[in-house]
Design a protein around this ligand. Sequence first.
Ligand code: DNO
Length: 391
Amino acid sequence: METKYKKLEQTWRWYGPNDPVTLQDVKQAGATGIVTALHHIPHGEIWPLADIQERKSIIEASGLTWSVVESVPVHEAIKTRRADADKYIENYKISLQNLAECGIKTVCYNFMPVLDWTRTQLDLEMTDGSKALYFNWIDLAVFDLHILKRAGAEEDYPQSVLKRAEAKFATLNQQQLDDLRINVLMGIPNEKEIELETLRSSINEYKQIGFNGLRENLVYFLSSIAGVCESAGIKMTIHPDDPPYPILGLPRIASTIDDFNYILKNVDLPFNGVCFCTGSLGAGVDNNALEIFNAVKERVYFAHLRNVTKDEDGSFYEADHLGGDVNMYEIMKALSEENALRDKTIPFRPDHGHQMLDDLAKQTNPGYSAIGRLRGLAELRGLEVGVTGNY
Ligand code: DNO
């Protein structure tokens, strides 16, 4: 059937050769593009051409393509604009040039202080026995007050949360507190772990910077890399804060429609784009993911599709891709309309997935086991055919 639509590019996050999910598995799931990064290179160092080429050939030898880099991490010195920020920005520019030389031109990054995405539990059992990632305000408050012991933390929570946190803390044993600490501090597989001490000193550093300062630092970073991106054809896509509100006293600047408008308008060039993540945005009680998409759609160069179910205090768990609070049907329609206008197809990946079936007995990366994502991709792919008629 003739339609104006073309298919979105179906991609899959792969953590590299150590990922328990193999490239062959990815092919069986039906994705054609790979989203990956050189996780072995410490944040801030240059990504050598040879390492990029090696990774690219491994991917291509399996008949797949490396479509998106997620992420080239932004060093903390840049986010905080320390005295040596410019040195790290220069390194970043060289990494981008090296990637462009290998034909890899869509880059995802985030500007979240210290911690990347944050959850308090990684195995919340669903009624069907599968396991999901969970962010619970009560547990975060327990971490903040009793593990991190942040000065002034109690001022950041409503009385009702503080009360419930105290009651919960009284029931937890040392093992449970250790698990909570590990979950909150958990980072990206194969990358350096954050220690409590580092988190404490970063919190102090960001206190001086604040919301406006962090925004300015992002604009400075984007303005500094603009020339390289525009001339090499790189598209930068900022990942929304996850969750999309301040936690642990740290500022957040990529959480709301106003934030994205600010980011795009202040460096108003095509390279400056957004990774549209329905799960991160959907966790904001005041966010409407579709409204945000419509506001920024011309600059969306990558999409993460996943769903969340929130409760009244803003805690949320990761729902099935076609379940939860985000209306994925509306999102898929809007994304497909935008994609129809593009020369270059928009890549999306099924973001996270429940740990289910055989994966329940396996060692998996939280959110990134194979079968839950396979289910997500299959559902999203079917949804796309349904909304576009592009069979
Ligand atoms: C979590 C991911 C994030 C994301 C980075 C992008 O599953 O969506 O870790 O990769 O924030 O820089």
